[in-house]
Design a protein around this ligand. Structure first.
Ligand code: GCU
Length: 610
């Protein structure tokens, strides 16, 4: 599914803005025919979460169904074209109608979906778009849901959150990314698959495979340009596919220091006449795990960064371009070179920007704290489908260096995870991931409770661990915490001989709280916490990075251990720095000097482009 683009043959029209919303607490919208229009309860901004935006009409903690509607004028310029309605994301599931005609549904949050509407709209007229959005989750959805009944049945009522959620971020509902109507020619470029290789210090290779919907006898023109050079090729379309392999010399490889992008222009032609055109940024780079190292373009790289969230006051989980620019400015300021899209795929605009800015991304499926007592073959089927959609959307981004298949499975340490079910689940899912993309490593961040015998470790290319010694365990005792982390890292490396990323570590910190002694929630304790972990990580030859939890404070479901938010950010929710931000800025300016496997000190790649 290609992102909409305005080109010589394509048009796009934004449907963002103020829509109508109707809250459907009783789930009567279907029987009442709201799919053909309804009397609204309120206006709602799209993109935007309904929660904080409309808290005053009682939906701050609302889990349920809400109906959205808007009218969009179909321009006459769309005459004779294929017209498509695309929704950037609707969390966590949606059904869509246009002019009362049912188009289809989508069951996965945080990912785009689209429907062709050519036969359901009239150019030069307005069309009624209705979207039924639900943020309800079940045992089989991705992510997995939880209800108040689960807490009672499992005798853990004190774990209950409001709204109930199996994850530690607020379950915002709404249309969180842009909605567009776009037009392409009737014969069109359907999908592009780009793979890049490094052949030598100055030779790169770009292999492009194009899926097309067109009649026979067409050709595809390929033009790659950048760095004042360009390469062209022509290929015939056979069975809807055209391929090219372009050798690039001299080649500027994509890296954090030098995020060189080449522009690939694809043209569908017949008898020399242009039918359709699509353009894509390409970064020529290679990622792989080798021994105890993560290699980018053949050079060891050390990941310095964060787990993040798409979260901001009032917006909730909506895409915000000012916030995008701000956050990348702060990543540069703090000398970070990477982040994980914890715990779900972020907006495509974020990945486009990371391609341009040379930020490395671990792209994560929205699967969190999976409980294997409630995991069925249907769950695995959904998980695989989710992964397929994610890889289809993000496969061509040079910034994406790894796939994270899930976060912290076995959160409740249920035995069912260790009786073979976990192993079989990850085995199948990892095979699926590699079949979809053999060019990127995979990982599954583990939590301590799943132990060193976490079956997920067997199928990861590099190991990711989330650890909170000094916070949830050994509170206030960083000496004990550092020792436990060091011993556990050695034990895990000993057992699996795979490089390790410490993918989460952090301490809740109230900005402005200080102490002369080790005191939880103070800025000083956060600094000491991070300092201790960074020192242990740097002391290990097999660690490939440190991702602090979290980049910024974020809203969580209500719970007695959360003061409205998770306060482990090194920036506040509104992006003010805490003391820890200055510690990291200095620490990451000195790109980690690591004792390599043979003990020699090595300076690692991955420093920010100055
Ligand atoms: C977990 C989890 C995060 C959570 C964090 C915390 O490791 O992955 O989503 O926010 O711990 O408790 O702060």
């Amino acid at each position: 599914m290609l992102k909409p683009q305005q080109t010589i043959s394509r048009l796009r029209l934004s449907c963002d803005g103020l829509w109508n919303i109707k809250i459907d607490r009783e789930n009567v919208g279907d029987v009442n025919g709201w799919s053909a229009g309804f009397a609204p309860d309120a206006d709602v901004a799209v993109p935007g979460s309904w929660n904080e935006q409309l808290a005053e009409i009682g939906v701050m903690n609302y889990i349920g169904v809400a109906w959205y509607q808007t009218r969009v004028f179909v321009p006459t310029a769309f005459e004779g074209k294929r017209i498509v309605l695309r929704i950037g994301s609707a969390d966590f599931s949606a059904r869509v109608w246009i002019n009362g005609k049912f188009l289809g549904s989508h069951e996965f949050g945080f990912l785009p979906f689209e429907f062709e509407v050519t036969n359901h709209v009239a150019v030069g007229k307005s069309a009624l778009v209705v979207v039924r959005v639900s943020n309800e989750l079940t045992d089989d959805t991705v992510p997995q849901g939880v209800t108040a009944e689960h807490y009672i049945a499992e005798n853990r009522v004190r774990d209950e959150t409001f709204p109930p959620a199996r994850f530690d971020f607020f379950p915002y509902g709404g249309i969180h990314r842009s909605v567009e109507l776009y037009a392409t020619p009737k014969e069109y470029i359907d999908d592009i698959d780009v793979q890049t290789n490094i052949l030598s210090a100055s030779d790169g290779l770009v292999r492009a495979k194009i899926q097309l919907t067109c009649l026979d006898g067409a050709t595809v023109g390929f033009r790659l340009e950048g760095d004042e050079q360009n390469w062209t090729q022509e290929a015939n379309v056979e069975n809807g596919v055209a391929e090219a392999s372009i050798a690039v010399n001299p080649c500027q490889f994509w890296s954090c220091e030098h995020p060189q992008l080449y522009l690939l222009t694809i043209q569908l032609r017949r008898d020399g006449e242009l039918i359709d055109e699509y353009q894509l940024n390409v970064g020529i780079r290679e990622v792989k795990v080798e021994g105890a190292k993560l290699l980018l373009n053949g050079k060891p790289v050390f990941l310095k960064g964060f787990g993040k969230h798409e979260d901001f006051p009032v917006l909730g989980k909506a895409l915000s371009l000012p916030l995008l620019v701000k956050d990348f400015g702060l990543l540069r300021w703090i000398n970070a070179n990477s982040f994980r899209t914890s715990h779900y795929p972020y907006a495509e605009e974020v990945l486009d920007y990371a391609d341009r800015k040379g930020i490395l991304i671990i792209d994560e499926v929205a699967d969190i704290s999976r409980d294997f007592r409630y995991t069925s073959p249907k769950s695995l089927e959904n998980h695989k489908a989710y992964l397929r959609e994610l890889i289809a959307r993000d496969k061509n981004h040079p910034c994406v260096i790894a796939w994270s298949l899930s976060n912290e499975p076995n959160y409740l340490a249920e035995q069912e995870y260790h009786d073979g079910r976990g192993d079989a689940y990850w085995k199948e899912l990892a095979q699926h991931a590699r079949a979809l993309d053999e060019t990127r490593p995979i990982t599954i961040p583990n939590l301590q409770r799943a132990t060193i015998n976490d079956p997920a470790f067997n199928y990861c290319d590099f190991i990711s661990i989330n650890r909170y010694y000094g916070w949830y365990e050994n509170p206030g005792q960083m000496d004990v915490a550092g020792k436990r982390l060091s011993e556990e890292l050695d034990a895990i490396y000993e057992k699996y001989q795979k490089p390790i990323l410490v993918s989460e570590f952090g301490a809740d910190t109230v900005a402005g709280l200080h102490s002369t002694t080790d005191q939880l929630f103070t800025e000083e304790y956060q600094v000491k916490f991070l300092e201790t972990y960074c020192a242990v990580i740097a002391s290990k030859p097999y660690t490939i990075g440190e991702h602090v939890w979290n980049f910024a404070d974020f809203r969580t479901p209500q719970h007695h251990r959360r003061v409205v938010m998770n306060l482990k950010g090194v920036f506040t929710r509104t992006r003010e720095p805490k003391r820890a931000a200055f510690f990291l800025k200095e620490h990451w300016a000195k790109s980690p000097v690591k004792s390599s496997v043979n003990g020699e000190a090595t300076m690692l790649a991955g420093a920010f482009e100055k």
